[in-house]
Design a protein around this ligand. Sequence first.
Ligand code: SAJ
Length: 446
Amino acid sequence: MTNDLMGVILKKRIKDHTAKVAVVGLGYVGTPVAALWAEAGFQVSGYDIQQPKVDLINKGVSPIEGKEPGLAELVKKVVEKGTLKAYSSFETLGEADVVLVMVETPVDDKTKLPRYRALTAALKSIGEHLKSGTLIIIESTIAPKTMDTVVKPLLEKTSGLKLHKDFFLVHCPERLMPGRLLEIIRTYDRVVGASSKEAGEVAVAFYSQVVKGQLDTTDLLSAEVVKTSENTLRAIEIAAANEFAIICEDLGADVWEVRKLINKRPDRNMLKPGAGVGGHCLPKDFSLLTANVHNRSLTKVIAAAQEVNDRMPIHTAQLLVDGLRTAGAKDVNGYKIAVLGYSYLENSDDTRNSPSAVLVDVLESWGFEVVIHDPYVAEYKGDVYQTVKGADAVVIMVAHDEYFDLDWSAIAFILNEKVIVDGRNVLGKENAKKLGVTYRAIGVGV
Ligand code: SAJ
C-alpha cells in the first residue's frame, strides 16, 4: 500500500471513529489514554501482561492508585458502555488500526542503561499480529535513537512488514504527572515525532480527537531528544537550587530568602532545593538522554547535576548528625529518628526512587533506629504524633500538606533531643526559633 493511500484510509477511519485502537500497557499512562479514546467514541482494546489489571478494568475499576480526579468514573463509564475492553493476550491486536505502546522503560541501577525488556516484549507481540495499514505510536520515554535502532527493526523483523509501505511509526512521548492524568492528556501540548509527513498527519488526526493542546510534529529523533532533555533540564535546574542551598548553608545565609528575591525577577525561576529528587521521570531521564551518546565525557553538567541531586538525602543525614551533636547528644548513633514523608513527591503515594528510602538506608547503616510516617503510603499511615513519640529527632523529607498544619510545639515537646531537620522548608527558621529546638534545614546556615 502506498504511504499516502494508507494515510487517507487511516485518517478517514479516525474521523468517523471506525478506527480500532489498541493500548499496550495499562499503567498510569495507558489506563487514562484507553479510557479517554473510548470516551471519544473509539472501540479500544487494552493489553497488559498483568492479569489483575486486566480483570480490574473489565470490572470497570481503574487499576491506578492515588488521587486521579475523574479516572475511576471514566473507566467505569466506558467499560459499561462496552467501548473499552482489556486483554492479557494479544490475539485480537491484529484488528487494530492504531496501536499505542506505553510500557515501562526503566534504567538499570548499576549500568544506568535502558532496560527495554517490557518494550521489546510488547513490540514482538505487536509484530506477530500486525496487519498492513497500521499506525504505531510509542508513548514510553526512550533513549534517543531507540525508534531507529530498536523499534523499527524489531517491528519489521517480527511482522515481515515494511515501515512506510505497511505501517506508520510515531513517537509521542507522554508528559504526565501523578494526580493530574486526565487533565494533562486533555490539555498539554504534545510533541509528535513521525516517520513521515503522512504519519505525522495521521497522528495529529488521532490525537486531535482528545488533546486540546498544540500538536507539534517533528522527526522521530527530535521527539526522543525533546522528552529526555525537558526532564533532564528540570533535574539540572533542581540541582542548581540544591547547590545554591549548600552554598547558603556554608555562608550562613538563608536560601529561601535568596530564592524569594531571585524569583521576584520575571525572567528567573529558581526551583526549590530539597532533600532529594525522586520519581518515575527525572532520575532516569538523565540516563536515557545520554545512553546512546558516544562521548559521554562531554556531558559534564548532566553528570554533575545527577551527583548533586543523588547526594541530597545523604546531606540531610549529615545535617541530622550535626544537629544532634549541637544538642549535646553524646554517641549519636543508636538514637531513634522519626522520618516524616516517604513518597517521592508531596501529596502523592508514589514511592518510586524515593529520596526517603536512601535516607533511611543511610541512617540505619549509621546505627540509628528509624520510624517512618507518611499519610499517603499504606505501610506508613497512622497518627504522626504516635510515630514521633519516643523519638529523639525528626527529619522532614516530604512537604505533604498535612505536615504544614501539625502542632509543632507538641512535636517539640515529645522529642527527647528536640532536633528537627527540615528537608523541604516545611517548618521554617522563624517557627523553629520560637519552638526553641535545634533546627537544621537544607539551605539554611546556622
Ligand atoms: N523536586 C525538587 N525541587 C523542585 C521540584 C521537584 O526537589 O523544585 C523534587 C521532588 O520532590 C521530586 C522530584 O524532584 O522528588 C520530581 O518532582 P517533579 O515535580 O519533577 O515531579 P515528577 O517526577 O512527577 O515530574 C513530572 C515530570 N513529568 C513528566 O516527566 C511527564 C516533569 O516533566 C514535570 O515537570 C513535573 O512532573 C511537574 O511539573 O510536576
